[in-house]
Design a protein around this ligand. Sequence first.
Ligand SMILES: C=C(O[C@H]1C=CC=C(C(=O)O)[C@@H]1O)C(=O)O
Length: 458
Amino acid sequence: MFNVPNDVRKLEIKRPTLVSWVVSLPETSEAIVTCFYQAKKVFTTRYFWQTPDASFSLVGLGTCKEYVAQDYRDMTISRENLSKNTITNAKHSGTGPVFLGGFPFDKTVDSQKTWQELGNGYLFIPKIMLTQTNDNRFLTFNMIVESNDDLDTQWENIVTLWNAVSQNKQYESPTRQQMQANEIHVPEWLETVELAMDEINSDSDIRKIVLARELYIKATEPFSVNDVLKNCLEQQENTYVFVLEHSENAFIGATPERLLLLQENNISTACVAGSIPRGKTVEKDNQLGSQLLNDMKNQVEHQIVVDAIERDMSEITETLSEKGQPSLLKNRDIQHLFYPFSGEKKADISFFSAIEQLHPTPALGGQPKELTTKWIREHEPINRGLYGAPIGWSSVILEEGEFAVGIRSALLSGKSATLYAGCGVIADSIPQEELKETRVKFQPMLRAIGGEENVTSK
Ligand SMILES: C=C(O[C@H]1C=CC=C(C(=O)O)[C@@H]1O)C(=O)O
């Protein structure tokens, strides 16, 4: 199965070319997340992605080619150039040459101090990629081949790496550790909420600002990315689960929020804003749900998102789905107001420019976009890096892929974890309530890192 395929051996390579070769894996093979776990000691760059209905997952291992994904236009050009120099046998969605990773929340902010190489955005073509759909599993090998390279050796090298991953059956027991949590600068954050409200209530054009804060966790042992991913998958149904690990850092999350899905020339997005906790009983949960649906403050917060996304979608699509009433999006710890939009992509819009148009929605930035992004840059003391930013995958050769919004997320680095949460501030917000809401939003990642029982607060 893993000898050099004849079609690859016959290739005539005249200039540096990305050879992206796909093979089907037996239906009986293990879930591909197992390969992510097993690759821990083999690759320092790993990626995982799973859609909320778990019908599609990707694992990316090692770097065949990497990019600083700071600028959407640069990435569009890189994508066009690479697609002209790619040879692939890929036939199925999400197989063959694919970019994996994320753009930064704010490309004008240098987040390298906290986020190192992930801080300015990071996209890569993995050496090895696994794709899992409901019915199929595929393995993609990617290699850059130069005209005088020996294809057999390149192929053998990648097969050796694959064998090291697929044959590593060592059981890893979960890490046991104690943690200490530090909610950073709470009084200062409350003051910033007041400041944002003053701005909104002044005669400025700003109507909503999303403010984020951090929860800093120090543990007695290094965090295990494998453990945290396992927990996210077990604990957070109905979310996109993602990991982008590179060298010492791993950005990991379980986000409910789609930014953009492009499939068969159709763009889908979602307006997710307005929050209330889940109830402990069905009655309580339903009561909280209807409270959220009928609450004026949350309706305003959500409507601002719907109006802005509708405007942005009309720039990138020909036709837009009809508007209706918001419904509830329920996750384990929290429920939101939810409203989807979809439309046919305009011919001259590239995948990355569509992301640029939509990001940041007022669910993460504010309204209007430019003014609030600037306000956040000037007033919010944290380094968002990839938090709240577009994270996902995109084909190199086809107009397809999906990006989510990197919330309910954490940056793991050795024995430290930084958890991120934000909330939409509008004219009549109550700062203490916003603080409570961010505590609920920390919950998914706090539970996933095992901090629910083990954390003591400073
Ligand atoms: C900014 C976050 O959530 C956004 C998404 C849904 C609801 C939100 C809200 O109710 O404020 C936020 O806009 C976060 O979880 O960090």
